[in-house]
Structure formats: C-alpha cells, structure tokens
Write a protein that binds this ligand. Sequence first.
Ligand code: NAP
Length: 331
Amino acid sequence: MGETIKLTLQNGQPVSPFGLGLMGMSDFYGSKATRDDRESIATIEMAMERGITFFNAGDFYGMGHNESLLAQAVKNKRDRAFISVKFGVLRGPNGEFLGLDTRPAAIKNFISYSLQRLGTDYIDLYQPGRIDPSLPIEETIGAMADLVKQGVIRHIGLSEASAEQIRQAHAVHPIGAVEVEYSLATRIAEEKILPVTRELGMSLVAYGALSRGLLSGGLTGKFDPTDFRAYLPRFSGKEFESNQATVKQLNEFAQKRGYTPSQVAIAWVAHQGKDIVTLIGTSKRNRLEENLKASAIQFSSDELRQLDAMFKPGAIAGERYPVQQMGIVVH
Ligand SMILES: NC(=O)c1ccc[n+]([C@@H]2O[C@H](COP(=O)([O-])OP(=O)(O)OC[C@H]3O[C@@H](n4cnc5c(N)ncnc54)[C@H](OP(=O)(O)O)[C@@H]3O)[C@@H](O)[C@H]2O)c1
C-alpha cells in the first residue's frame, strides 16, 4: 500500500498512510440493527492483511464496544497494530452527549478501562476527543505525560484542537499527531491546523474523507433517529439537496476516470501531504476494498484545479457539526 509515514515523535513508529476508522462499527452511523460485529471484525482483519497498521477508535464509540471489536481483531497480532484511542467525551445510556472530562484522575481511570477492553498493556496514540475549555490544557497533557512515563501510552495526540491549544499542549509534552476533519468538503484544516502541525513537526490524522458518507453519493438524506447525521446541518433540507448537486459533479468527474466518487475523495486527502494519515471510515469489507483502490490514484495539476473549482469555499452548504458543538471543534 505504498510507503509508510513516520509519525514525528521521539521514539516515532512508522504507520501506514491510510488508517481504518472504526467509529461507524459501533456508533453514530446507521443503527444497532444495521451494525454487524462479525463483518466489522472481518473488515479490521482484512485491513491488516492489506497493510493497514493504523486503527482509529474511541472509548465512547459504543461505550467500549469499539475497543472490544478491535481487541478481537488484533488478538495475537497486537504488535502489527498502531492503536489510536480517543477519550473524555461523556455520554449517557441513550448515547446523549453529557460533556467532557479530561481531568487527570478521569484520564487515568478511562485508560485503565480501555487497556482492559483492548486486552493490551499500552495504547500507541491516546488523545482527548475534544479539548475541555473549562480546564487548563496543561493539566490534561501533564497527566498524559505521566502515562507516557509509565509506559501505557506511546504517543500523545489531540483531536479538533485549535492552533493555540496545539502550541500550549506541545509546550508540556511533544504531541505526535492532531486529528481533524479534512476532506474536499471540509478544508478548514488547511488554514487553521496544517500550518502549525507542519511548523511543529506533527502528523495530521484526517477524518471524514467522505464527509461522513456524503461524498460517496450514496446517501438519501433519510437517517435513523440514532444516526448522528440526522442532526448535522449538511445532511438535511435544502443544504443536503444543494450538496447532492456538488456530489453529482464529483461523481461525473470520477466516472470519467473509471473511479468511484469515494475513491477520488479519499485519494484527494491522501494527496495533500506525506505528513497526513488518511482515515478510511467503513465497517464493510467490500467498501474497504473499493476505498483502498484510492491509493493507486494520481491527480494531474489540471484535475486538482477542477476539484478545487468544484469544491470552492461555500460549495458544501451547512456546518459540519450542530451549532451547539461548533465551539469545541476547529472553526
Ligand atoms: N476526531 C473526531 O472528532 C472524529 C469525528 C468523526 C470520526 N472520527 C474518526 O474518523 C474515522 C473516519 O470518519 P468517518 O467514519 O466519518 O469517515 P467517512 O469516510 O467520511 O464516512 C464514513 C461513512 O461513509 C460510508 N462509506 C465508506 N465507504 C463508502 C463507499 N465506498 N461507498 C458508500 N459509503 C461509504 C460508511 O459506511 P459503511 O460503514 O457502511 O461503509 C460510513 O457511513 C471514524 O471512523 C472515526 O474513527 C473522528
């Protein structure tokens, strides 16, 4: 699957340029009825066979379910997996969002459960799912630095942190990678995050290459009430309709070249730099198969210009998160 990327850390470890995003295997997309654990585990196993080493999970994705799936798939192959886990997002029994907790004692508690569920004694990349604005980031990173010393975390990461927060965190302990949404449809990272990660020598973990499935062209705009996309401005009403028109253009562009829109969208993210790990978010082997073909796509400068024109600022209507969550993501 091409060369490996080196996460830029002291004791840095090479990882594959594509990572597998596990979130939809446990939560946020579809419903309990549409999820299939056996297929999810088989997808992780297939990813490993195809050379993917980077696995992106969250302790709050299905409240431990996501880590349990990963544990089953990497059993006896732990040394071939680079495990990334997010923590600190609090949720209730019905999946409701209850706030953030990244206090030192909470972190040490969260990781103890995660290690148990994952069946491992270390996590390669550990990161708060969001930065808690009510707590000095130095406290959170200080506690994580203790965990690095203890050997239970290999690298500290951040998710949806601002440039200022990245600098503050990095001053306490070197930050290995910053995870942020980045796709043809969501390009805020280019202005706000990539300049700082590149200056400080960190990797960027790009999530949502398909804008949560939107760029695949396969969404109908109808979602189960437990599907997070039912509450995202981009996926409903006139915004969704207008976005479908842009996706249609992407589809035409892809088809002319013998690709699917998903392959083009994933390849575009991967094309943005060797410091980027591009997450492929799928719970199904046939989609992984399709999406991995993105690794063979090369764009000419004319094609890149066409994609830029298609996805010029404003081409995708609607924010990427509900308004009440925009304050805790890059904006
Ligand atoms: N840090 C953060 O705040 C944050 C937020 C969101 C996600 N993430 C991480 O990033 C990972 C990737 O994000 P994402 O899952 O939103 O990725 P994505 O690639 O933008 O979207 C994934 C969605 O697209 C569907 N899909 C994938 N390939 C497809 C194809 N070829 N044709 C049609 N539909 C396709 C998937 O469904 P199927 O499963 O049915 O294929 C899933 O519903 C997540 O798994 C999670 O680990 C991080």
